[in-house]
Design a binder for this molecule. Structure first.
Ligand code: H79
Length: 394
């Protein structure tokens, strides 16, 4: 593999936490990004939504500021979702953001703000398209269209990576049907460092860097569309929603508690995976307060405990009923939220432990180690009920 691509992969793994953004003209209706499909809205009614798209409060630097406050290191944003509307100034269609009353190229503004703040930017792009006439009638022409758009995105905006979704619409002979390997090679000819994710829920192709899990922890399949176990040659990323919606949904108030979100992040890192946590901005260009508050709380936790997340590796123990575990060269980090019986945590530990302390406060922790059996003496209540991290020096 190209050395520069290898380096981009390692840097991406170290980031561990990113913001997924689902934003499009569907946001105007406030019923999620599948609204056109689920409510069988004809194109003649759906397309005119673009005439109402005018997010006067959109400010790329404010979004990036929130990302930084949340302790996130990258953004993956919808350049085009299944509805086919382009959130950037594509030369291959008129169905795009620069032809709305807003007129501005949102993706360009975000790319500039990210570059300034050293936040990586990836583009979500859906090859599945509910509006392009050729999608149903002329596969050769449609392939030329969508390959052209992804190449255009890479040439024009220089993203860190491309995140494809919707190939599951035609799952047979995936590579041959969508001409994926051919596209990937053309993309890498433009940018050898480009990372590629494809949310097709099949075994990753050799030219794909990131294997995705959707609404599931890495390696789990509770929702039924993540059947493939983690691939040894791929980076792993789970994408999840804060409530139950990707695109803005005004009626979805089932927001996950901050503690649950913090634990999900730790569980992803514990499984050697990144977490891509979603927001669906409102039609005015702002991110709903319930989501901002939760992200800022995660950032507060990360400021004290980030050493146990960023640039760590997972898969330390076979199972952790008490929480999750990560490691770096000199430490094992125990992420605790389920207190063990008698407040004694017993671990099989072949390495000699030199010290044990709470990561957030550096306060020492009582422990004893007899050969390969390590016992930690925990207090009756854990110092941080959301997730208390113990740093073991090895
Ligand atoms: O962008 C977000 C979702 O819109 C997208 N992926 C995330 C990141 C996504 N699209 N579809 N799915 C996730 C799940 C697929 C559900 C389907 Fe179906 C089952 C598609 C076809 C069968 C539900 C039932 C929708 C149509 C029929």
């Amino acid at each position: 593999m190209d050395k520069r691509r290898q380096q981009a992969r390692e840097n991406f793994r170290k980031m561990r936490f990113g913001m997924f953004v689902h934003w499009g003209i569907y946001s105007l209706l406030g019923r999620g990004e599948w609204v056109m499909y689920h409510e069988k809205i004809p194109l003649s009614e759906y397309k005119p939504l673009m005439e109402r798209f005018n997010p006067q409060l959109f400010n790329a630097e404010e979004w990036v500021g929130l990302v930084q406050k949340a302790g996130m290191r990258y953004i993956t944003i919808t350049a085009k979702h299944h509805d086919g509307f382009c959130m950037y100034d594509s030369e291959l269609t008129d169905y795009k953001i620069t032809n709305t009353p807003f007129k501005r190229d949102m993706l360009k503004e975000l790319a500039d703000a990210c570059r300034k703040a050293k936040i990586a930017l990836l583009f979500y792009y859906s090859p599945l398209d509910w509006q392009h006439p050729a999608y149903k009638t002329d596969w050769v022409a449609y392939t030329r269209y969508w390959h052209g758009q992804v190449l255009e995105l890479v040439r024009k905006y220089r993203p860190y990576g491309i995140w494809l979704d919707g190939c599951w619409d035609k799952p047979e002979n995936l590579d041959e049907t969508w001409k994926l390997t051919e596209l990937y090679h053309r993309l890498r000819a433009v940018d050898p460092t480009l990372l590629i994710a494809n949310n097709h829920h099949q075994k990753p192709l050799p030219d794909e860097d990131i294997q995705t899990y959707e609404q599931d922890l890495p390696g789990e399949n509770k929702v039924g569309f993540n059947p493939i176990p983690p691939d040894d040659n791929a980076l792993i990323e789970s994408c999840m929603t804060i409530n139950n919606s990707w695109g803005y949904n005004a009626n979805d108030t089932q927001h996950k508690a901050p503690a649950q979100l913090i634990r999900i992040l730790a569980e992803c890192a514990g499984r050697d995976a990144n977490l891509l946590l979603n927001v669906g901005p409102k039609p005015d260009g702002t991110i709903q307060m319930e989501h901002q508050e939760r992200l800022i709380e995660m950032g507060g936790w990360l400021r004290k405990n980030g050493k146990a997340i960023y640039a760590t590796r997972g898969r330390v123990f076979n199972s952790c009923e008490w929480g999750a575990a990560t490691r770096d060269d000199k430490h094992i980090y125990l992420h605790l939220w389920n207190s063990p019986t008698e407040h004694l945590l017993q671990l099989h530990m072949p390495m000699r432990i030199k010290s044990a302390c709470w990561l957030a406060t550096k306060a020492p922790l009582r422990y004893d180690q007899v050969e390969e059996k390590l016992t930690l003496h925990l207090p009756p209540t854990l110092p941080d009920p959301r997730n208390s991290v113990v740093a073991l020096e090895v």
